[in-house]
Write a protein of this length. Structure first.
Length: 170
């Protein structure tokens, strides 16, 4: 009873806030802030560089990563450079080469539904974020076809770089 009176006097005098008096009387404790951290190394960090002209060089990869319950976001960053897309059709020594580079990125959720998919035929780079992703195994499928080589001292290659960053409770 004396403790109740003491809290009421301190609350009315301004020494304690009304909220802290209420919490003390109800035996409440402060909720701990969730500490989020960026998972390192990133669960996906893929680089590819084309090395062929005829036929085109291809790349295919399926990357999986686990998302913990309470994860805050997934950040997918991609840089795709397709300089061969500017060449189109080229005739070399009575031989015609059609330069048609292509990159497809497909991100699937744990329930196997496609969350995001994009097909690239020109250079592009971007970052997108998925807030409060569902927990479980996510899958990123990467398929690429490109050209690369060196001629007359010049080098040109189609390339891609995909990074998935994950921010989750520590």
């Amino acid at each position: 009873m004396l403790l109740l009176i003491l809290f009421l006097v301190l609350g009315n005098s301004g020494c304690l806030s009304i909220g802290s008096v209420r919490d003390a009387l109800l035996f409440r404790t402060e909720e701990q802030d969730v500490v989020l951290w960026k998972v390192t190394p990133p669960p996906v960090d893929v680089r590819w560089e084309a090395n062929g002209l005829v036929p085109a060089d291809t790349y295919s990869s399926t990357e999986t990563f686990k998302v913990k319950e309470g994860a805050r976001w997934i950040k997918l960053t991609y840089t795709i450079e397709l300089p061969s897309s500017l060449l189109g059709e080229q005739k070399i020594l009575n031989y015609t080469i059609y330069f048609e580079p292509e990159v497809t990125l497909r991100l699937r959720m744990p329930n196997n539904e496609i969350h995001w998919e994009r097909n690239f035929t020109l250079s592009d780079s971007n970052t997108f974020t998925i807030q409060s992703p569902g927990d479980g195994i996510w899958t990123l499928r990467i398929e690429a076809k490109g050209y690369g080589g060196e001629a007359f001292g010049l080098e040109a290659r189609d390339t891609l770089w995909v990074v998935v960053d994950l921010y989750e409770p520590k």
